[in-house]
Design a protein around this ligand. Structure first.
Ligand code: ASP
Length: 339
């Protein structure tokens, strides 16, 4: 009976995938009564994800992909590893899964290449690392962590980032490793429509990936990894590798974003969640819903996931759906896709 209650609570939380402050507030109250804490939340992108457009096979494949990522991260939690290990393990699974717009299967640039961005952040000391525009690093999230832990810098770009990853003995692959048939077709289709426009992968229903974690010591971490937007040109970099925009972890909250990156950068979206919690006493649900509202008002689309230092979570988005999942400390896995 208790379990059923918890599942129902969780489902109502997942169903709250919008930026309606009133609804969000209610959900947060429910969360506060919930004795179970979440330890890991992930997303696989937001967009036009609807039941009508989904086939049972595709839904199953996404579900399995998200479940594998949650399990990998949860294993780290169970063995007492840090939030960084949890986030990294979950994101590696998603980068290796060609369904998602990160690592293998990432979207293509105007020139038909894969240029990948990723970042990671550790809440306790706000240490952070990021790589942008890389084309040969098999798992960009590992490179982001390497930058954080083994360099004096926060962000490395392009060739330099690749050399650094190689010197750190990370797996280096031929750029063709990331390429998939589906992405080539997608680019061709988009180039026919309007060759100058960048397109959010939303329309194509796959997305950037991210994870936020609360480890056994109460520490928070966040990670985000992406191929960016389809048909991007001129070395365009989105929000995902930018600390405070697409990714952020502090003492109160960890946040990972997905959506039209330019709007997230202009709103300093991920950090704004912690700022509202710190300066305005907002709950994680209120703060994240407010950021998505602001982005929506400016014409931006997308979503975010957030976990606070008590294990409360929020997953607002202003699109038709967002691939998302979470796991509690008891290992109960929840996965949702639609609004
Ligand atoms: N935020 C990513 C970018 O703008 C794209 C996405 O989340 O789908 O690069």
């Amino acid at each position: 009976m208790k379990h059923l209650f918890v599942i129902l609570l969780s489902l109502s939380l997942f169903a709250c995938g919008n930026s309606n402050k009133e609804d969000s507030g209610k959900t947060d109250d429910v969360q506060d009564q919930n004795t179970e804490r979440y330890v890991l939340v992930i997303h696989g992108g937001a967009g036009t994800i609807t039941k009508e457009k989904m086939t049972p096979e595709r839904e199953k494949a996404y579900r399995e992909g998200l479940e594998a990522a949650l399990s990998a991260g949860y294993e780290q939690w169970k063995s007492g590893k840090t939030g960084l290990d949890m986030v990294e393990a979950a994101i590696i699974e998603l980068e290796n899964d060609s369904l998602f717009n990160a690592g293998k299967g990432a979207v293509l640039t105007h020139e038909g290449k894969n240029e990948l961005d990723a970042s990671i952040m550790w809440g306790p000391d706000r240490n952070a690392g990021a790589v942008a525009g890389v084309t040969t690093i098999k798992n960009p999230i590992k490179a982001a962590r390497l930058v954080m832990e083994k360099s004096e810098h926060v962000m490395l770009v392009g060739k330099g980032a690749e050399q650094f990853a190689e010197s750190g003995k990370l797996d280096i692959v031929d750029p063709s490793y990331f390429m998939t048939d589906r992405r080539s077709k997608q680019l061709k289709r988009i180039l026919k429509r309007d060759s100058t426009k960048i397109v959010l992968d939303h329309d194509e229903k796959h997305g950037t990936v991210g994870a936020v974690a609360l480890d056994k010591n109460g520490n928070l971490a966040a990670g985000t990894s992406t191929g960016g937007m389809v048909n991007k040109q001129f070395g365009r970099i989105g929000d995902s590798p930018i600390i405070g925009a697409g990714n952020y972890a502090g003492k109160q909250v960890a946040v990972s974003c997905t959506g039209w990156g330019e709007f997230y950068i202009r709103n300093v979206a991920a950090y704004d969640v912690e700022a509202q919690m710190e300066y305005n006493n907002a709950s994680v649900t209120e703060a994240s819903a407010e950021v998505i509202r602001k982005i929506g008002d400016m014409g931006g689309t997308g979503g975010m996931i957030a976990i606070d230092n008590k294990g409360n979570i929020a997953m607002p988005f202003n699109t038709r759906g967002m691939y998302r999942g979470a796991v509690t400390e008891d290992g109960k896995i929840l996965i949702e896709m639609y609004k």
